[in-house]
Design a binder for this molecule. Sequence first.
Ligand code: ATR
Length: 275
Amino acid sequence: MTTVPLAGVIGAPIGHSKSPLLHGHWLRVLGIRGHYVPLDIAAEDLTTCLATLPRMGFRGVNVTIPHKEAVLPLAAEVSARARRIGAANTLTFGTGGFHADNTDGEGFMENLRQGAPGWDPAAGPALVLGAGGASRAVVVALQDAGVPEIRLCNRTLTRAQALAREFGAPVTVVDWADKAVAAGDAALLVNTTSLGMQGQSPLDLRPDALNPQALVTDIVYSPLETPLLQIARARGCRTVDGLGMLLHQAVPGFERWFGQRPSVTDELRAAVLAG
Ligand code: ATR
């Protein structure tokens, strides 16, 4: 068996994943003799795949759609945050099975800390648009960071209500039609919906709806300059784009599997954008 450390990303389809590009960049700049590979794994092969990869020399894998929830019941150990989010994106293989973690929220917070130095999560209410998987990770991270009120606003109201019930205080629910009102005094605005993504319609918010003191961020990173970020800048808000979340969520996995903590640099951003 090879002693070269291996890691990868499992999903279906997997061709679009930026993870091989960014882990490959870190392996190169850190001079590590290892490999990170994309693995197209169908749902019916998930259990076999997770039992086989460690025997092939894999230290761990990232997990993407459609396996992020399905890996939890297969894990020997699930981190508290992955359990609360209800999904995992980072698996680390051990002797008695694998550990499942979710680093999306950590990546989200690290992106804000680095992109908006001095930002204080306790400064005021947050408005989170969307109630899907990405929203769950963001809400858990904001809860843990001490945000005093998290207003959850989703096109399908019942989905936001279910999330608010599950997560409890300080999560509240705002009707989709009232998002402009809720944005008026929000200190943080986060878009976790697919609105604004390449080929999708933009969010229907006007600059004057936003609090000029707010920090505005989008988890969409294609395009980097989403319509929401353009609106926010026109209003004078501080903005942080979504690419950093993708890069920062990958850091803990790389460190666990390859033994060195990688850096999120401008060079990495450029490499991922070009790839
Ligand atoms: P992810 O895991 O990336 O969050 P998801 O679970 O499919 O993906 O969630 C997508 C989010 O974008 C949801 O909040 C969805 O709203 P609904 O719950 O009402 O479906 C939101 N979304 C997608 N298209 C939208 C649109 N055209 N208008 C408003 N919200 C939209």
